[in-house]
Design a protein around this ligand. Structure first.
Ligand code: B3K
Ligand code: ZN
Length: 874
């Protein structure tokens, strides 16, 4: 595949104002007639050929202004249709194409999932339906007529239903019209026989919208939570962003084969059923939270993505980063803001930081790509969302809202760029945001170093902040970023010190570090303070701070910012586990230090039950991948695993009595609700169980077994089962078998079962995973199954994926090679599990490299996998 560059962008030579499609649905031979009203683009080149994109298409017929087009007037291949000399006036092009939805294993374009016809067009799937100018800056008004047999009673499209009825042949049809111009990637249809839950949403201005969620027959009760989340999202966008829904219907359809989470097609969101279906017996609290967040995310795209879309795919973060920011804010308002922030930062660090530090690093707005589907990354999404947060911090909430209003106002109905977006905020705030834009251009995570000096004589505290962004592929030298550092000073007595600048004026607690180094002096500081920096994680950076463990534990106890309370405990724990790793590699036995034990003991006594969800985050010490990231090079995953386990065992033993008491006290007696309060209580109780088991596997195992047997909800049941897999032995095998029997007919729940087994940190796991490939409920052609089993092994079992003998890497490489011809996007996603391979110790690194080389040499190899593996080997 060739490299596509941002600087090469130019408008199309033709525009397509309207698209009228007729689908005759058939399992293996669906026909699509497409009538395009085309006209030369005044911004394009006069007289140019009309070059339409295709992918795997068969052209059945073609006519221009309703007369068949002469053979010598065009050339056609499965991937391209060129009209050599099109009229230089408006004309109608009519095409008929044939596609086979059943054979479409790529799950892009029109495909069938468990008998349901559905489409996925982002980023470039529309060209697998008909020849088209398949790029986001070609906006058209779509009408879709869908014809099907009686066995496909439900026919849905974008926009509003304008006509429906019977056909002479016993079949029926429906016509959907979407008045809002949109790019092809937002087009969708669905055909099937599904159940639904529905309601009516009244918008702020009093319009009635029929909202519905469609799921497989017999499962509609499990769609209630999704429907409720949708309506809450609709209200929230009105309240917080002043955005009202704009069509008469909003439909969500859940399908069981889907390459990602969901898709924001205008008025017809299509979802991976994993993010729709939930009941207390089948979904965890985490599943409910994900459903709420993803329903919100796709709904919010209606304004940020659909009404205003992207000029080109380089601008992907314009819709994705912004929409992630919006869904994070929604969840923060619906739940606990502090806990949500911690959870989001955990995700950012676990998914984006390694990407930014390795061979796949790219700017939030990339300048070049080979395969756009490989750029739906944590950098574009999660770091993209952080940049919106940084922007809001820099200009303030009011200017931010004014900038958003201006953006909606000015760019509604267009395909916009990051420059246009930022210009709205520069205008609304009166600030020059040129330097801020560097965040979109420069890859890599800036490292901020802080050094503070207290001058008792002058009662001043002087803080020096420096920043450095490491080189990333193609970007050896970096300019300083604009980094808002939210901060406070905590006095020796634990109280917050009022911030005053050197001349005595009040300071707002945000230092903007926009040069390589910046020094700020605070006055009237009566005693030596402990600085609390980067409160609420005010910028996506790595903070290096010269505080002792005791200073940090003081912040853990007294900081007014809950994020930094949590962060301080995490930092201390990380240091301790890192020292333990060194001990283990040097043949010494690591010890769990008393200071952390005391701090946690006090925390458990005094504070844990006041905010259980927060306490659960504290008890969940840094994970193995967090530690690996901190160490950064020459990684031995086994040493990290043992180190973390040893420290946790020490904590579990030292805190055993308190933990056991808490475990009893925290039992939820009320009827199950997936809300934040109850979920928080369960989260803490389960974190307590986990730590208790680390200290005393026998006692913990017994508690876990009892919890497994008596649980009345999936959260408690799956945590108990996970705990049993850590203590291993027969109990674990029996529980696994009981779970599989209970949920034999529920693939989404079995995914949890596949995943748990794939994550067991012992050498037998590889054989177990290989055996599970043949389990009757497993199928490599279903993305959820593959991610649950192989994805969990590759992404969430660091010791076994990176086995010292290389067998883990080799196994995943084999699967990637097998998957690639059928579903390149899934294969390519799986391949990113190798992205940190260069940080491993030499032995494992050599095995990883060999596995990657083997994938690279496979033929045929999709552009998707070839691009990812090529960059990783570069
Ligand atoms: N926009 C889609 C993702 C499409 C991925 C294409 N490979 C879902 C989302 O981000 O909301
Ligand atoms: Zn999105």
């Amino acid at each position: 595949a060739s490299l596509i560059r941002l600087e090469d962008y130019r408008p199309t030579d033709y525009l397509i104002d309207t698209v009228a499609l007729t689908f005759r649905l058939h399992p293996t031979d669906t026909r699509i007639v497409s009538r395009l009203s085309v006209r030369p683009n005044p911004a394009g080149q006069t007289g140019a050929p009309l070059v339409l994109d295709g992918d795997d298409l068969t052209l059945v017929s073609i006519s221009l202004d309703d007369a068949p087009l002469a053979q010598d007037a065009y050339t056609v291949s499965p991937s391209r249709l060129v009209i050599t000399a099109p009229p230089q006036r408006p004309f109608t092009l009519t095409l008929e194409t044939a596609v086979n939805p059943t054979a479409n294993t790529k799950l892009m374009g029109l495909y069938r999932s468990s008998g349901v016809y559905c489409t996925q067009c982002e980023a470039d799937g529309f060209r697998r339906i008909t020849y088209f100018l398949d790029r986001p800056d070609v906006l058209s008004v779509y009408t879709a007529r869908i014809e099907a047999d009686a066995d496909t009673p439900l026919l849905l499209g974008n926009g509003n239903l304008v006509e429906a009825g019977a056909r002479a042949d016993g079949g029926h049809f429906a016509v959907w019209h979407d008045p809002f111009p949109k790019p092809g990637y937002l087009f969708a249809i669905v055909g099937g026989d599904l159940d639904k839950v529905e309601d009516v949403f009244i918008t702020a201005s009093g319009r009635e919208v029929k909202v519905a969620v469609y799921v497989e027959k017999g499962k509609s009760e499990r769609a209630r939570y999704a429907l409720d989340a949708l309506q809450r999202s609709m209200r929230w966008d009105e309240d917080v962003f002043g955005r009202e829904y704009d069509l008469d219907v909003f439909n969500i359809v859940a399908v069981s084969d889907f390459n990602m989470g969901a898709m924001e097609n205008k008025g017809l969101n299509i979802f991976n059923d994993k993010y729709v279906l939930a009941s207390e017996d089948t979904a965890t609290d985490g599943d409910y939270a994900n459903i709420e967040a993803i329903i919100a995310h796709e709904y919010f795209h209606n304004w940020t993505g659909n009404r205003i879309t992207c000029r080109d795919w380089f601008q992907l973060c314009l819709k994705e980063g912004l929409t992630v920011f919006r869904d994070q804010e929604f969840s923060s308002d619906a739940r606990s803001r502090a806990v949500k922030r911690i959870a989001d930062v955990r995700v950012l660090r676990a998914s984006q930081f390694p990407e930014d530090a390795g061979p796949l690093a790219h700017p939030v707005r990339p300048r070049a790509y080979k395969e756009i589907n490989n750029f739906y990354t944590a950098t574009v999404y999660e770091k993209g969302a952080e940049l919106i947060r940084v922007l809001k911090t820099l200009i303030g909430a009011q200017s931010f809202r004014r900038g958003m209003d201006l953006y909606f106002d000015r760019h509604d109905g267009t395909a916009a760029t990051i420059e246009e977006f930022i210009a709205c905020f520069a205008e609304a705030s009166g600030q020059d945001l040129a330097a801020f834009s560097r965040w979109y251009e420069q890859a890599g995570t800036p490292r901020v170093t802080a050094r503070g000096i207290y001058d008792a004589g002058n009662r001043t505290y002087t803080l020096t902040l420096t920043q450095e962004t490491p080189p990333t592929p193609g970007q050896p030298d970096k300019h300083p970023m604009v980094i808002p550092v939210a901060l406070g000073l905590v006095g020796a007595d634990g109280r917050e010190i009022a911030l005053k600048t050197a001349d005595g004026a009040p300071h707002d607690g945000i230092v903007v570090l926009d040069t390589a180094e910046k020094t700020i002096t605070f006055s009237q500081v009566d005693s030596s303070p402990t600085p609390s920096l980067l409160r609420e994680f005010s910028a996506p950076v790595i903070l290096d701070i010269d505080l002792s463990d005791d200073d940090l534990l003081r912040l853990f106890a007294y900081d007014t910012d809950p994020f930094n309370q949590w962060q301080s405990a995490q930092t201390v724990a990380t240091r301790i586990i890192r020292r333990a790793v060194d001990d283990i590699r040097a043949g010494r036995t690591p010890q769990t230090p008393d200071n952390l034990v005391h701090a946690l003991a006090e925390f458990l006594d005094a504070r844990a039950t006041r905010d259980p969800a927060f306490a659960a985050q504290v008890l969940a010490l840094p994970g193995e991948s967090d530690i690996a990231r901190e160490i950064g090079s020459d990684i031995d995953p086994d040493a990290i695993h043992v180190a973390r386990k040893t420290i946790r065992a020490g904590l579990g033993r030292a805190l055993a009595d308190k933990l056991a008491a808490l475990y009893n006290d925290l039992a939820v007696t009320a009827r199950y609700r997936p809300d934040a309060a109850q979920a928080g209580q369960r989260a803490l109780r389960n974190a307590v169980l986990d730590l208790l088991t680390a200290g005393d596997p026998t006692r913990g195992g017994a508690l876990a077994q009892a919890q497994f047997d008596s649980a009345d909800n999936m959260t408690d049941r799956i945590v108990a089962l996970a705990t049993l897999t850590h203590v291993a032995g027969l109990a674990c095998e029996n529980a696994l078998a009981a779970f599989a029997a209970r949920y034999a007919d529920n693939p989404l729940v079995l995914d949890k079962w596949f995943s748990l087994q794939a994550m067991i940190a012992e050498p037998e796991t590889l054989d177990r995973v290989k055996a599970l490939l043949d389990h009757p409920a497993f199928s490599l052609s279903n993305p959820n199954r593959t991610r649950a089993l192989v994805g969990s092994f590759a992404m969430a079992n660091p010791t076994q994926f990176a086995r010292p003998d290389g067998a883990g890497f080799a196994f995943v490489a084999d699967i990637i090679i097998r998957l690639d011809p059928a579903n390149p996007q899934l294969a390519s996603r799986l391949a990113t599990a190798f992205r940190t391979w260069k940080t491993l110790e030499p032995g494992r690194r050599a095995h990883a490299e060999a596995a990657l080389e083997r994938i690279a040499a496979a033929t045929p190899l999709s552009p998707d996998v070839s691009d990812i593996v090529g960059r990783m080997l570069d």
